[in-house]
Design a binder for this molecule. Structure first.
Ligand code: URA
Length: 198
């Protein structure tokens, strides 16, 4: 960890991270992205296949849902810092495909100093946990997104902290109608974030 960290210094240090074994499987560290003065920090689980290849968070299919939903909620993606609790893609081969695997608590713990350093530097007004992995890593193992989504919850991470679903859960909706309904709920949660910024 750099002694006087800046985002570029952190990114450079994280590129060589070997704190857990995931560096062996991932193409590269996918560090967070966004301005050092961003008022909102969005925290996902880990980079996916596209993110691993491009080296940037939320640039794949889940990222497209996120971008569209942010726009619908009136939040400029440029005003947002986007990152993940784990910064390497964890996957297993299935035929030619790389299938996402959930990070375990050792991997999440090993990666945590990077996220803590990002939060300490950016000092966002609002932290948004996207999905259960981020919510439980940041708000505790007993946190249930299904029960507490869209609610601001007390936390020392930032003045306001809220959890919602992961945009990839919207991608997995079984039909168009469910997808539309789930997107509206996601946008409604993001609108609460937008309102908190006013
Ligand atoms: N899913 C995540 O949690 N993060 C990404 O960066 C992409 C997909």
């Amino acid at each position: 960890m750099p002694r006087k960290p800046t985002l570029p210094k952190l990114r450079q240090a994280a590129a060589g991270c070997r704190a857990c074994d995931l560096w062996e499987r991932g193409t590269q560290t996918v560090f967070g992205e966004g301005g050092s003065r961003a008022r909102v920090m969005l925290v996902g689980e880990q980079p996916g296949d596209r993110e691993d290849l491009e080296g940037r968070p939320f640039v794949g299919p889940a990222g497209r849902i996120l971008d569209d939903s942010l726009e619908k909620a009136g939040i400029d993606r440029r005003a947002v810092y986007v990152t993940n609790v784990v910064k390497h893609f964890k996957w297993e081969p299935r035929g030619k495909r790389r299938i996402h695997q959930k990070p375990n608590s050792v991997e999440i713990g090993a990666c945590r100093p990077w996220l803590d350093a990002e939060i300490a530097l950016v000092k966002p007004d609002v932290v948004v946990c996207l999905g259960a992995t981020a919510a439980q890593a940041l708000l505790g193992r007993t946190f249930r997104v299904s029960r507490q989504r869209g609610e601001f919850v007390p936390s020392s991470l930032a003045p306001r902290v809220l959890a919602t679903v992961h945009p990839s859960s919207i991608l997995r909706a079984p039909d168009d109608e469910t997808r539309r309904a789930e997107t509206s709920r996601f946008v409604a949660d993001l609108k609460r974030v937008a309102k908190a910024l006013k």
